[in-house]
Design a protein. Structure first.
Length: 167
């Protein structure tokens, strides 16, 4: 009798924890969808979801005037270049025609995981970093690539300048 009661209690505890997990996941999805609708109601296009070190997600969005993400914003008119970075090393670069970006710092030693970032360069020499995460299996690479391509489109209409003189 006691064994059956203990087994029933264990089963109920397992079912309760599964129910709580599923409701937590559902709440996170509903909250994210609501935040997405709010951004779209502002007239912004969602480019990517950015993971934070705390485990939350934020959006990298754009509208006709600029780009917005949880750590900041950037006016399109002030951008002069962008770089896609992997552990601080340059993967891709795009600039306004006739613009030269500053020399990059020496890439950091490999720390055991891929860290993807997009550097935004502004007129006057200011630089802002968009941290795209360290998630495995290419997720952060995809996020960083989407952010880089969205920013790169600012320069395409003006005639993008790529390293090596290619256009």
């Amino acid at each position: 009798m006691w064994i059956k009661a203990l087994a029933l209690a264990a089963l109920l505890a397992l079912l309760w924890s599964l129910f709580r997990l599923s409701m937590g996941l559902r709440w996170a999805k509903v909250s994210r969808d609501e935040a997405r609708r709010e951004e779209e109601a502002r007239g912004r296009r969602i480019v990517a979801e950015l993971p934070s070190p705390e485990g939350t997600l934020g959006f990298f969005t754009e509208d006709h005037a600029g780009f917005y993400w949880p750590a900041g914003e950037a006016a399109k008119s002030g951008l002069v270049g962008t770089r896609l970075l992997l552990n601080g090393g340059i993967i891709a670069t795009a600039t306004r025609a006739g613009t030269t970006l500053p020399e990059p710092p020496v890439p950091e030693p490999f720390e055991g995981r891929e860290r993807w970032d997009v550097a935004l360069y502004f007129a006057g020499g200011a630089t802002r970093m968009v941290a795209c995460g360290t998630v495995r299996e290419g997720v952060s690479r995809e996020i960083a690539t989407r952010v880089f391509e969205a920013v790169r489109t600012v320069f395409v209409a003006e005639g993008e300048h790529l390293p090596g003189g290619a256009r």
